[in-house]
Design a protein around this ligand. Structure first.
Ligand SMILES: [Zn+2]
Length: 350
């Protein structure tokens, strides 16, 4: 279901899925009293907002990561809208690629051949709706350019984790926190290459550049990415990646992993500031040296050194949409997109 794009391909989906798995496995409850064995499981459940004790949530996060860029066409939503492709009108110009990915993947999951799989995921109508809600919400969270969704997410974050609100202990507050943690977990995973070792960052950065440069050469982008790539990356670190890494840290459920991500993001930003211009020139030269109409497979990933340095980190995301864009003022009604209420994480703990 994935196309053969340099960046938005099945390897990217696999990378994001591994990152989600890693972050989920590192959710911790630092405040829990482990000496209280009798209530340990319940306390862990409470302090991690129910995420770690719910297999349906786990699976929904991983499934969302795996399908989140299905059928991606190698250009951002703004371009799909400009080209007036069929799916842009189907989804009323809102989160076009993301809604398309959810719908295609969901249709496949509903196919008869996956009856047994579906029965393993949910057996009640309420779990079916919970799973669907989690998947839609998680995939929509990867649309970081939609202003409406972004404002809603920021509002939820400040309501849940702002000073003075952290002690709120109602079920609604727990659901809100779980929803936010999952949204940030998948967002971070989608750009995990920026929060991993420099060589991993370079590999995926180069692939994204190649994808966007190809689109430009094919007349599917207005600007030559080599002209804004260096500064664009710095802005992306400063206004998206680093604040996101800080949020992972602030929500307090990822333990030392959040330090690892933040440190890598800061290191990569520093390294890019020093070497980014040289990297862009190199990438452009390599792409120009091949015939665009002929064989882009000649472009190779940067050589990765033996992994003898840095932690075994593997986390975080994508960045195809750096440009500001005005989405058309259309109502967000569509088949996939929900009004993104907080997901109901009913207490499954027994
Ligand atoms: Zn992605």
């Amino acid at each position: 279901m994935y196309r053969n794009n340099p960046f938005h391909n099945f390897e990217h989906a696999s990378h994001v899925s591994m990152s989600v798995h890693k972050l989920l496995s590192r959710i911790v409850a630092p405040d829990v009293d482990t000496s209280d064995e009798e209530n340990l499981a319940k306390n862990l459940h409470d302090h991690t907002y129910g995420i770690t004790s719910d297999p349906l949530t786990h699976f929904a996060c991983l499934y969302s990561a795996l399908i989140h860029d299905v059928d991606h066409s190698g250009v951002p939503n703004s371009q799909l809208i400009k080209e007036n492709v069929h799916i842009a009108s189907v989804y009323k110009c809102k989160s076009v690629a993301e809604q398309n990915s959810v719908d295609l993947a969901w249709a496949l999951l509903m196919d008869d051949q996956y009856t047994d799989l579906r029965r393993a995921i949910y057996t009640t109508e309420s779990d079916f709706h919970r799973f669907r809600g989690l998947v839609v919400n998680s995939v929509m969270a990867t649309d970081i350019m939609d202003k409406e969704l972004s404002v809603a997410r920021k509002f939820r974050w400040s309501k849940a984790f702002a000073e003075g609100c952290t002690k709120e202990n109602t079920i609604a507050a727990t659901n809100r926190k779980a929803t936010i943690v999952i949204e940030h977990l998948i967002q971070a995973s989608d750009v995990s290459h920026t929060m991993q070792h420099w060589h991993i960052f370079r590999k995926w950065n180069k692939r994204l550049f190649q994808e966007m440069y190809t689109a430009y050469k094919e007349g599917r982008a207005e600007n030559d990415p080599s002209e804004f790539w260096y500064k664009g990356e710095i802005g992306f670190f400063d206004f998206y990646i680093i604040p996101l890494a800080k949020k992972l840290k602030d929500c307090g459920v990822f333990g030392v992993s959040s330090d690892e991500y933040l440190n890598y993001a800061l290191q990569n930003r520093k390294e890019w500031e020093a070497r980014g211009e040289e990297c862009v020139a190199e990438m452009k030269q390599e792409l120009e040296s091949i015939n665009f109409t002929c064989d882009l497979s000649q472009v190779v990933d940067p050589v990765l050194p033996q992994r003898d340095e840095g932690p075994s980190g593997t986390v975080i995301f994508d960045e195809e949409e750096k440009k500001e864009e005005e989405l058309l003022d259309k109502p967000p009604k569509s088949t996939a997109r929900l009004a993104t209420p907080d997901i109901n994480f009913e207490r499954l703990f027994m």
